[in-house]
Design a protein around this ligand. Structure first.
Ligand SMILES: [Zn+2]
Length: 649
């Protein structure tokens, strides 16, 4: 915190109103003052995810996630705090200064260093590929695969020489340290010597770019039959294979409404060479939800090619189930999914080579919509190839499972309509069965989720308060008897009056700073509260508070999420109390409530203090007694002032 100027964070939070930020991902419906939708962070059927536009925050009452627009982006885009701020700043046109990033900068520097290493490695591989003698086996292989000079250059394809330290030596010469080289993911560490050595040797090298064309990893293909056929560099500081798609940097520029997804990067390259420049490839994993989201950023429709073999077809079903699940949840994302099938079980690449690009366009055009693909699958998978007979029992089961994946009733009813005659049943009966499957599946999920959520919630609460809460930073020194340990246990208790008092202060916002309405001495202080965590929150509130309250709650939510009050997440406790305080829209009534609570809380502090002093007085020396009497006199005077103030209300 404090690394990015507070003014920038505030501007981001002011411009990036929570409703528009969340609406990019979740379909929201207005109900009362709040907006509601299905939570994108846990699976659910009824909306427990709420957005409060006036406070600029979101809160899920199912899984407990909540916070401001920055927290939302961190969670849904898997970004760090500064990354999320930059992301929002970019979307909403706020300038983020490059300097003043001290804390983030070391990580950013490390990442930049890794990107430099990868770029340097790509140059090295490219040079080796084109080196007359070293690169010959690679060039021969590329020629055999029909890769033209233009394609090779376009994709930056290179060659890793058969040598354990060729790249290592080269980069060491350029001044990179072993630790930095190991961060890049393209070196392994020798167990014997502890030194890095080249991960890729004797392979055709494919730089993997992010959507904007920066090299973030490498894939290497064997030139012959050696195993493994493909090696990809592992996830690193700059690379998470689940979040990227190969060739997206080129496909994105096509601005086509459709993206084609193939299985490997060789397929993608062949497709680009044949003129299908809107093609991308998953990177050695099954297709993920973040990859689908990435696609939805650039296109309206995705056409999938899965390998024709059994493994490929299994992967197809898995991917479809995952995608439908995802689309059910994120109604904000609108993308059509189609599945293409290359005739004769060929690769797209092979097919194009035999039949030409024009014919292949028809293959893409004939891609089936998800529900049609699944109908065909259920039928093909359960028909005896010899006799042509349909195994009805198995067909029924498959159809009902596939139907239950659908995210709308129209698709479901279409499937039921097609399957019904084959089952000798009415389409209503088939549809009912699909819905039953869906409900059973949801129930199972919800049970699993609620168990997982409960575990996470307990962990979450247990993990709070440790969050670098510096007790010594509290306004008043903590008295520590010499025999006691210096570190004091964090106390998170707060009375109902204290919580309500703080809530009214938050709710009053601007009015609290209005000296005509509220005397300066009547602004809450950390000392008014008994627990450490609520004191800390009040201290932070007073630090950020500047009389402008549009973003106050949103800015507080960062701190709320780190601490508990009475063993509960602080934001849960405070949000509920503030909502209660907000019920009255009349500022004067709110102020009176605030003052009444303040006086009550302060009076009870004085009462406790008085009791303390009186018990000390019993065993005090005469000199001390005089002092205590003076203190008691001042306290009762102050109590009287408070009583008068309460009387005036
Ligand atoms: Zn949730």
């Amino acid at each position: 915190m404090g690394l990015i100027p507070e003014s920038v964070i505030e501007e981001v939070l002011t411009r990036a109103d929570i409703e528009s930020v969340v609406s990019r991902y979740v379909l929201l419906k207005r109900q009362g003052g709040n907006m509601w939708g299905l939570c994108p962070f846990h699976s659910e059927k009824t909306a427990s995810f709420s957005v409060n536009p006036s406070k600029n925050i979101f809160k899920c009452f199912g899984c407990g996630k909540g916070g401001n627009a920055i927290n939302f982006i961190m969670e849904i885009e898997h970004m760090s705090y500064p990354e999320a701020i930059r992301h929002l700043a970019g979307l909403y046109g706020v300038e983020v200064p490059e300097t003043g990033y001290s804390g983030e900068s070391s990580q950013k520097e490390e990442r930049d260093r890794v990107k430099d290493i990868l770029k340097e490695a790509a140059k090295f591989y490219y040079k080796a590929f084109n080196d007359e003698s070293t690169g010959k086996p690679a060039r021969d292989y590329a020629a055999k695969r029909g890769l033209t000079k233009q394609t090779l250059d376009n994709f930056g394809i290179g060659y890793s020489p058969i040598n354990w330290t060729a790249l290592y030596d080269h980069l060491k010469q350029k001044g990179y340290k072993d630790e930095e080289l190991l961060n890049s993911g393209i070196f392994a560490k020798s167990e014997k010597t502890g030194k890095p050595y080249d991960l890729f040797r004797g392979r055709l090298m494919f730089p993997i770019f992010d959507s904007f064309g920066t090299i973030i990893a490498f894939g290497g293909r064997a030139l012959g039959d050696e195993k493994p056929k493909y090696i990809n560099s592992p996830d690193s500081l700059v690379y998470n294979k689940q979040n990227h798609l190969y060739a997206m940097n080129f496909a994105r520029k096509e601005q086509a409404k459709q993206l084609i997804v193939v299985e490997g990067y060789m397929d993608a390259i062949a497709m680009h060479a044949a003129g299908f420049k809107n093609t991308v490839a998953a990177l050695g994993t099954s297709f993920t939800d973040s990859q689908l989201k990435l696609c939805s950023r650039y296109a309206e429709e995705v056409v999938f090619f899965f390998d024709a073999d059994a493994a490929g077809q299994k992967a197809a079903l898995r991917a479809i189930q995952m995608m439908m699940e995802y689309l059910k949840k994120l109604t904000g994302i609108n993308i059509r999914i189609r599945i293409a099938k290359v005739p004769d079980g060929k690769d797209p690449d092979e097919y194009i080579k035999t039949n030409g690009a024009e014919k292949f366009k028809d293959v893409v055009k004939n891609a089936l919509y998800v529900e049609d693909y699944l109908l065909a699958r259920a039928k093909d998978d359960n028909t005896d190839p010899e006799t042509g007979e349909l195994d009805r029992g198995r067909y029924q089961k498959d159809i009902c499972i596939y139907g239950s994946w659908m995210n709308d009733e129209i698709k479901m009813s279409r499937m039921a309509g097609v399957a019904a005659p084959l089952l000798g049943a009415t389409s209503q009966a088939v549809m009912n069965q699909m819905i039953k499957f869906q409900q059973a599946e949801e129930k199972k999920h919800e049970q699993q989720d609620s168990r997982a959520l409960e575990r996470q919630r307990i962990q979450d609460i247990a993990g709070r308060n440790k969050a670098d809460m510096d007790i010594n930073a509290l306004d008043e020194p903590v008295e520590v008897a010499p025999s006691q340990p210096v570190f004091k246990k964090v106390v998170d208790t707060a009375t109902k009056d204290e919580i309500d008092l703080f809530a009214y202060a938050l709710s009053l916002g601007n009015a609290l700073a209005d000296s005509k309405k509220i005397d300066k001495t009547d602004i809450i202080r950390p000392n008014d509260f008994s627990g450490d965590t609520i004191r800390e929150l009040v201290r932070i509130f007073l630090n950020i508070f500047d009389g402008r309250n549009e973003t106050l709650f949103a800015r507080m939510s960062d701190y709320f999420s780190k601490l508990t009050i009475n063993g509960m997440p602080a934001e849960d406790v405070m949000l509920k109390a503030v909502e209660n305080a907000d019920r009255s829209s009349n500022v004067d009534i709110k102020r009176d409530m605030y003052l009444a609570l303040l006086f009550k809380v302060r009076t009870s502090i004085i009462d406790r203090e008085e009791e303390n002093l009186i018990s000390r007085r019993a065993s005090a020396s005469d000199e001390e007694k005089a002092k205590i009497d003076e203190m008691l006199r001042r306290l009762s005077e102050y109590k009287l002032t408070l009583r008068n103030k309460i009387g005036e209300l």
